[in-house]
Design a protein. Structure first.
Length: 323
């Protein structure tokens, strides 16, 4: 590879995708310098199949002795891509749902310094939603809303979208060893990028649904997803508003929660009987803290939304690595 030019790498986790993987690799254009196929202990021996059937010199197959999940496979590819001198890595699923023809849309804004991280958004164009199975549409919409609270990225949607690109310099500023290795990977990666204050942009896209079978069983993963969102939400709030900084917004959160809880408890205790028997003073003493708490929490939420990273890390952080 030419080391004097920014290099783009494609990372493809391979697990039970033997039927689609060759067609996907064939569609990857010349703008990609390296293609890393991660055989995640695939029972179909996808890695061996790729080695035997593909002659493209850009393709490198990496084998996992034990299954690590889609996140583990992608992180293996990211690390190897970074070690080999690539600048940007793009994650493509091996089932063919992600069109390599739009890959440059994900990488160009990173190479031009406009973002540190890009991800697909299947909800941007309403016409594209017609091809999405209804169950996925509803589930992804709910998760997208919840993820805004847990990741702090109020300006992005479709967090579980696996079509993403990353400035590999960002890996040094993220605690990647703690990132979820299973299906919560994309959302957890977004959370870690938020802790690093990386700028993330949505790239409008349309998923290609054909005869592929998803290995994700949402009913089984729903509890893990919600638990992961709650964990990341409390971590993000604790780190950004009490460890990294302590501001007026931190006070709004503390006082707002205290007032809201006091108002609720006091109101329940005092109004357990007939509300008509309570004096105006008792009613006000319950209502006023409730109202105050709601106002302060809404103010905190507005501040949190404004803190969504708007500037890429390049000038602030990456340039320091050269010193």
């Amino acid at each position: 590879m030419q080391k004097d030019l920014p290099q783009i790498a494609a990372v493809i986790p391979c697990y039970k995708v033997k039927q689609h993987i060759l067609a996907l690799i064939a569609k990857i254009g010349p703008e990609v310098a390296m293609i890393y196929c991660i055989d995640d202990a695939c029972p179909d021996q996808s890695g061996k199949y790729i080695q035997e059937a593909v002659s493209d010199p850009r393709v490198r197959v990496i084998f996992h002795a034990e299954n690590q999940g889609v996140g583990g496979a992608v992180l293996t590819g990211f690390k190897q891509a970074e070690a080999d001198g690539n600048r940007v890595a793009v994650k493509l699923d091996g089932d063919g749902q992600m069109d390599p023809a739009i890959l440059s849309k994900f990488t160009n804004v990173i190479l031009q310094g406009h973002a540190d991280y890009t991800k697909g958004n299947r909800f941007y164009n309403p016409a594209h939603l017609r091809s999405m199975p209804r169950g996925r549409l509803v589930g992804n919409a709910i998760l997208s809303f919840v993820s805004k609270f847990s990741t702090g990225y109020w300006n992005v949607f479709d967090p579980t979208n696996g079509y993403l690109a990353l400035d590999l310099r960002l890996l040094k500023h993220m605690d990647i060893e703690k990132i979820d290795r299973r299906y919560f990977f994309e959302t957890d990666l977004l959370f870690r990028a938020g802790i690093a204050k990386a700028k993330v942009l949505d790239i409008p896209m349309q998923a290609l649904y054909e005869d592929e079978v998803s290995n994700l069983h949402f009913s089984k993963e729903a509890t893990r997803f919600m638990r992961g969102h709650l964990r990341n939400f409390f971590k993000r709030i604790g780190y950004n508003y009490f460890l990294r900084d302590f501001s007026v917004a931190s006070l709004e959160l503390l006082v707002g929660l205290a007032a809201l809880i006091f108002g609720l408890i006091y109101g329940i205790i005092k109004m357990g009987g007939s509300a008509e028997a309570q004096s105006a003073g008792v009613v006000m003493l319950a209502a006023l803290p409730l109202l105050t708490g709601v106002i302060l929490l809404v103010s905190f939420l507005n501040y949190d939304i404004q803190q969504t990273p708007q500037d890429p890390l390049g000038p602030r952080l990456f340039d320091q690595d050269k010193v």
